[in-house]
Design a protein around this ligand. Structure first.
Ligand SMILES: O=C(O)CCC(=O)C(=O)O
Ligand SMILES: [Fe+2]
Length: 340
């Protein structure tokens, strides 16, 4: 069993096309990026009827609200989270500076097929016949070497701003990755996909998005609900490992990112997990005769290996019994068939 996260990716190389299009100069959606589905955007008035809960973390009832949101939605937004907005904006502007570099320069820090860090397409591209309208930069550990490749003369600003966040939790024993996502303006947004529907393999993911909307979550297996950006709030979503730990009570929410005709969207995902070799299993206090354990124990490393192989069906490979909470038919071009 791989001990470290980086070893998982060594064991499951992903070969994506290593040339990137210069998104900004494309006037027509290339066939390589044209998805067979037409994206149905939730109408604006849906925001009022059904909105992802917003929780003030200073609210005395915050713990209950978070628990309810995890059970009903698998996602919520938080205010009063204590992370200085200036820090998030600094990371956003560094991300913008990175993605604005010419493609050839960005490719100098390309994530190798068997690597975990660096610039490139989302790994999940490997599961789809069409490419996604996005680019990303993944940071695990220190980004200093990549920053040296990107800005040989002046790499300090980037890595110093990022370093503190990306290393802190690793030194505390947890594992984490920071994922910068860039969604350039797209000539035909309804036929393009920014990031295809997926669940995260984490315990929790904390997401900062700039002022352009694009994140959507699947509610009750049938409706895509937008998570509009709100200044100062962060989006938190349950990942597959917390779903396992909660014995299926907390939903690992299926989510995707759609793109925009004129606006450039940036997001910053903090992918938070346990130390890579700790066994994650349904908590014993949630188990009794009526509630048998639904999942095998699994480490994060092992689970990432399953995800790299089975993508959205990884959760069902560790399932012990009972109906699966989300079943995804991958043959349907990432359109969802859901069973409860
Ligand atoms: O850009 C977004 O809103 C979603 C990003 C995401 O789902 C991810 O990085 O896993
Ligand atoms: Fe995600």
């Amino acid at each position: 069993m791989p001990a470290r996260l980086s070893e998982v990716f060594r064991a499951h190389p992903v070969h994506l096309h290593d040339t990137n299009i210069e998104f900004e100069s494309v006037r027509e959606l290339p066939d390589s990026h044209a998805w067979p589905l037409v994206i149905d955007y939730p109408s604006e008035d849906m925001y009022d009827i059904e909105a992802v809960p917003i929780i003030d973390l200073m609210d005395p009832n915050a713990t209950n609200l978070v628990g309810n949101a995890c059970e009903r939605w698998g996602v919520f937004q938080v205010t009063n989270h204590g992370i200085p907005i200036g820090l998030l904006e600094d990371v956003e502007s560094e991300g913008r500076r990175l993605f604005q570099l010419p493609a050839q320069q960005k490719l100098k820090a390309a994530r190798p097929p068997n690597g975990i860090s660096g610039y490139g397409r989302a790994r999940i591209n490997a599961f789809f016949p069409k490419l996604m309208w996005s680019e990303g930069f993944t940071i695990v550990g220190s980004p200093v070497e990549d920053a040296r490749q990107l800005w040989p003369q002046e790499y300090n600003t980037f890595w110093k701003r990022i370093k503190e966040r990306s290393l802190k939790n690793e030194s505390e024993g947890a594992s984490a990755a920071l994922q910068l996502n860039s969604y350039p303006p797209c000539p035909e947004p309804k036929r393009a996909m920014g990031l295809a529907a997926h669940t995260d393999s984490t315990l929790l993911t904390v997401l900062y998005q700039n002022s352009t909307s694009g994140l959507q979550v699947l509610k009750d297996g049938v409706r895509w609900v937008s998570v509009p950006p709100r200044s100062g709030t962060l989006v938190v979503n349950v990942g597959d490992l917390l779903h396992i730990l909660s014995n299926g009570r907390f939903l690992s929410v299926l989510h995707r990112a759609v793109v925009h005709r004129t606006r450039h969207r940036l997001s910053l995902a903090y992918l938070y997990g346990p130390p890579s070799n700790i066994q994650i299993a349904p908590l014993s206090k949630l188990i009794d005769q009526k509630h048998p354990p639904l999942y095998h124990p699994v480490t994060w490393s092992e689970y990432l290996g399953r995800k790299a192989k089975h993508f959205n069906k990884a959760l069902s490979t560790v399932r012990l019994c009972g109906p699966q909470n989300v079943f995804i038919d991958m043959n349907d071009q990432n359109r969802m068939k859901v069973e409860w």
